[in-house]
Every structure is written in structure tokens, then in C-alpha cells.
Design a protein around this ligand. Sequence first.
Ligand SMILES: CC(=O)SCCNC(=O)CCNC(=O)[C@H](O)C(C)(C)COP(=O)(O)OP(=O)(O)OC[C@H]1O[C@@H](n2cnc3c(N)ncnc32)[C@H](O)[C@@H]1OP(=O)(O)O
Ligand SMILES: CC(C)C(=O)C(=O)O
Length: 642
Amino acid sequence: MPMLKDPSKKYKPFKPVNLPNRQWPNKTIDKAPRWLATDLRDGNQSLPDPMDGEQKLKFFKMLVDIGYKEIEVSFPAASQIDFDFTRRLVEEPGLTPDDVWLQVLAPCREDLIRRTVDSLTGAKKAILHIYLATSPCFRQIVFNMDKKQSLEKAVACAKYARSITKDDPAQAGTEWQFEFSPETFSDTEPDFAIEVCEAVKAAWEPTVENPIIFNLPATVEMSTPNVYADQIEYFCNGMTEREKFVVSLHPHNDRGCAIAAAELAQMAGAQRVEGTLFGNGERTGNVDLVTLALNLYTQGVSPNVDFSDICSVIQVVEESNKIPVNERWPYGGLLVTSAFSGSHQDAVLKGFKLRESANATEDDEWRMPYLPLDPQDIGRTYEAVIRVNSQSGKGGAAWVILRSLELDLPRALQIEFSKLVQQATEDANRELRPAEVVHLFEESYHLKSNPRFNLIDYSITTDRSQSPAPPEPGKALNTRNLKRRFTGVIEIDNVQHAVTGTGTGALSSLAAALATLGIDLDVIDYKEHSIGGRDSNGLGRDVKAATYIHCSAAGSKDKVWGVGIHADVVQASLIAMLSAASSFLASKSGSPAPFRPIRSNTLTNEDIQALEQLTGNSDAVASSGGLANKVNIDLLTKQAEA
Ligand SMILES: CC(=O)SCCNC(=O)CCNC(=O)[C@H](O)C(C)(C)COP(=O)(O)OP(=O)(O)OC[C@H]1O[C@@H](n2cnc3c(N)ncnc32)[C@H](O)[C@@H]1OP(=O)(O)O
Ligand SMILES: CC(C)C(=O)C(=O)O
């Protein structure tokens, strides 16, 4: 059967309350309401498999830890499990903190109210909650009662409840609060709801010090949230003795607007909200207390409950309800603090960088594109903020590398690496985990090991023979301007090559040395920074240098990046150069592997002496960076002679 083309006969629009002078739209919420957590009652009653006593206890303890002071723990007349659980909370020392109120629910039936009150005997602080559906639909279909009968039933039950609680001397050890719910309030004629509640108030005789709680449920959410807010404001205005009752909300989520309804209704005068963590409850659920609390928090209002360990909360909720918390659930969902798409990542990363450069503390104003809440405030890590898939941009992968390896990649390297990541995500057709992004980076830039190039040994000396300006007579040589000479042994594809080259610094001298083998690279960009932290004595001994060099191949448009990390800053740049050289060989189509030098090597006798010293003399080795590999000096000599 298709859906009705004209549903107007079957479904009628909700008739809003007439409240032309409504005040609530001009109000804001500037303080947390009283919370009532009803996971163990309304949440529990909606589960295919309700919780057992142990599960309830675990959940109860978590609610207490979060900071809830009013907890609806059971429907004691429903099952022995619920009754016993309530008794346990009352009897077992230390389970219920002195400032926590145990709330229990019963329908307007004397036998069930009696049983319910019995479950609380001896409690320090108890809220007895009874309900009677007051809407025309329920009066007619469920109870076959008219308004008068309905009102009389509510009053009779309130009187009975009073007689066995606050009026019963045997119950004097308990501090009692009384809550009445005109169930289906949102579908009840507004004036009738007021009439019933006035009568119940008169029956209970609340005081300013101990007001009655009128819980006004949207048992079924039937209208837009503004209509619910109107109903609440209308109720508050219509009732007498406003200071003797607390208005409580109990929104369900049939239309998906429970959060909005709870917020607008607070603006309309409600002081208390009943709900469950992550909105478990009948049908589409109760209003979600986590979202409500964090909505307040992100407006700078303390919610008086603590979700700083949201992951543990989710774990207990899921194991108790056996219903997963949706990944997209506001605030708590696993994916809501993650950005996959490039534009989001770019914006978020710029936000983080700005905070970092401003040395922002936890307390500093949170201004972050796309993220209304600092994930760390609820125990989520920044690692999970950026995730990499085929929708991601350069910033995503760069962030992963930064967080995992501390490498702050230059922009052009980010762009180059993101192309590799893009290819990998498209090949895999899925998200790349951080470890996979790291692995791809390490492989691409030969971080763990360079498969083709190995710096066996080297020394860098000043080259007086190539001094740009000979010293004036009588003046010392300005060593700053002296050229540097790289002399070393580089293994390429398992063959050792003795090379030497001169340049303005270590890098250019190595570049010159490589050029003698036919590997012509010009360094066009260079960046370095330190990584690693301080040791246990607070000294920067564990600090390493990270070097990035961007090279162009002489005579071609090819450009390659090299990355090197080493405790020795010079060696880091030499390693980076060889990393670039390796990429250069790989990028050259038609380049034979293994590598064969296309130019002959010209090692002078001085070079060979230097190499002999380098490998034979342990002091020299130490001063050259302490490379351990042993060079076959005979082979090198022969190579040089040839
Ligand atoms: C909106 C809410 O969430 S309200 C809370 C709902 N929670 C629960 O119902 C969970 C616990 N409930 C139970 O364990 C059971 O339903 C009990 C123990 C309360 C009652 O069980 P039973 O006696 O078997 O009655 P049952 O549930 O079949 O039917 C309800 C009866 O109570 C009546 N009733 C229903 N609601 C109410 C009410 N608020 N006040 C008075 N009577 C009511 C019904 O008219 C029906 O009476 P009938 O049999 O004369 O027609
Ligand atoms: C008993 C009442 C408060 C209830 O659960 C509801 O109306 O949804």
C-alpha cells in the first residue's frame, strides 16, 4: 500500500494553545535545571531485556558519579527485581549518597502505590511519583472515565500517597517529596491539566520549602516545540501558588524535537527536566540528558553534571541497554568530533594551530571552526578529530603525521604526500587508519630505512683550497666563508661508492659528491625543526633534528622531497638528501636498477687518506658522526685508481 495521497482525513493537525502574549521567546537559559535521570525506570521499561539488579547498580553508580542528585531508580510494583533493587539502595550502607534522592514511579492505583512506598521504607530522601493519563484520548479509550472521575482518581491517589508517606509517623525518618504527572499532558486540554494539578496540590498541601513537583510530560510528542513551550507557560500562568510547585518536563522524542522542546519549555518556566543518557526510552526515546547538559556547557553554563569521561559513560549505557549509541549522536557519538572532509580538516587544523601559537590554555575562549565543543572536555582525543579518507585534503594526512611522528611538514611536502594518500585511499576504497598513513609516509620518504642509499661513512671538512677570498696578509682566515668538503662512502644498491664534493655547506657538498655519480640534485627548499622531548632530568637530550629538503633534478622539471631525522643535525640533512636521491632514482623512468654510476669517480690521494683516517682512526670516526659500518678501503682505493 502506498502512503495516503491525502493524509488529512486520517491525521489531524495539533491544535495549539492560545497564548498570544507569550513571554518565553525573549528568555534565555542561564542556569542548569534540576535533572532527573530516569534511565533505570523509563529507559529500562522500554528495553527488550530490562536490566537486572547488578546492571542497574552499575548504572546507578555511574549516574551518581556524573553528578545526578535525583534518580528514578525503578517502578517497584513492576517486578521483584525492581523492588529488590530499590530495597538494596535503601538498605546497603554507602550505596546511596546522602544528597541523592531516590525516585520511584507508580500508577494511580492504591495497591501499587502501597507496594511502591514499601520499597522505600527507611530511605533518607525519597520522591514518590504517581501518574494518571489525563488526555481525552486516554480518558475515553483507556479508562472510560470522564473529566470528573479522572480528577477524583488523581486526588484520591494523592491523598492516599500522603497518608502513607509524609502523614505516617512511621515514615518520619524519610524526607519525602511528591511528584504528580498528568500523563499525556501535551495532549490534555490545558485548563483541565491545571484543574487536576490544582486539586492534587490541594490534596498534598505542599509548602514553599517542600514544593510538589508537577511533571508535565510530552508522553507522546505531538507538536512543534514552541507549542509545548506555550503549554508550559500557560500552565505556569494558570496555576496558583507558583512558589509551591516545581514544573518538571518529561519530553519524548516522537517527532525528533525532544531537545528543542525541553529547552524552549525551560524558557517558558520549567525548572526540572527528566530524561535519559543518550535518549533511551519508549519508542523514539526520552529526551537526551547528555545533549541537554552539553548544550548548556557550550553556552558557558555549567550543567552541574560531568561528562569528562564520555567514553566510559557510553560503555556502561551500551552494555546496560544493549543498544548502541549512534556514531552521529550529538556530542557523544564516536564520529561527531571527527572531520573526514578536506575543507573541514583545513579549517579545524587552522583553528588548532592558532590556539597552539597563542599558547591557549584550557580556559581560553573556544573558537574553532566546525567544532562547538573542545573534544578533550569530554575525554575525546585530538587524534580522533582528523581522519583520512578519499574526501580528505592535504591537512588531514599532515595532521596525522604531526600527531604521530611530530613532523611538521612543509606545505609543498604536504601537497605532495596528500597525492600519495589520495591514491592509497582510492585504491583501498576506505579510510586509512593513522598507522597506515604513518607507514605510507615512512615508506615514501625512506624514514625507517632507505632501501637504496646508505650513508656508510663521511667527514665534512673545511676546504681551504677553495676559499672564496684568501686572507689578507697578517689576518686570520675567515672560516665562515670557507667551502665545505664532503668526503664519504655511500652505498647504493649494495655497492659502496667513495665520493667527494665541495659546496657552501654540508648539503651542497653532498649534492656535489652525488653529482660525481651522475645524480644531479639541486636543493631548492630546506626546512628543519627539532622533535622529541626532554629526558627525565628535564634536559633536551632526546631531541632530534627533522630535516626536509626539496630538490630539483638538474635539467628537468622533476622535483623530489627528502626527509631525514637524526640526533645530529648535519647527519639529518645528509639523510634527507639521500632520501631525496632515492626518490629521484625511483622517479627517473628508464633508470636501471641496480644503480650504475654514469660518471667515473675522482678520488684524490688526499681523499683516500681522509677515508683511511675516517675508518681506521676511531677518533676521526667519532667526530664524523660515529657511523659504525666498516668501509672496505682497499676496494675504494682500487675504485679511485680505476
Ligand atoms: C508513560 C509511562 O511510561 S507510564 C509507566 C509505564 N510503565 C510500566 O507500565 C511498567 C510497569 N508496569 C507494570 O509492570 C504493569 O503494567 C503494572 C504492574 C503496573 C500493572 O499490571 P497489570 O495489573 O497486569 O495491568 P496492565 O498493565 O495489564 O493494565 C493496566 C491496567 O491499569 C489501568 N491503568 C493504566 N494506566 C493507569 C493509570 N495511570 N492509573 C490507573 N490505572 C491505570 C488500565 O486501565 C488497566 O486496567 P484494566 O485492566 O482494568 O483495563
Ligand atoms: C509517567 C510519565 C512521566 C511518563 O513516563 C510519560 O508520560 O512518558
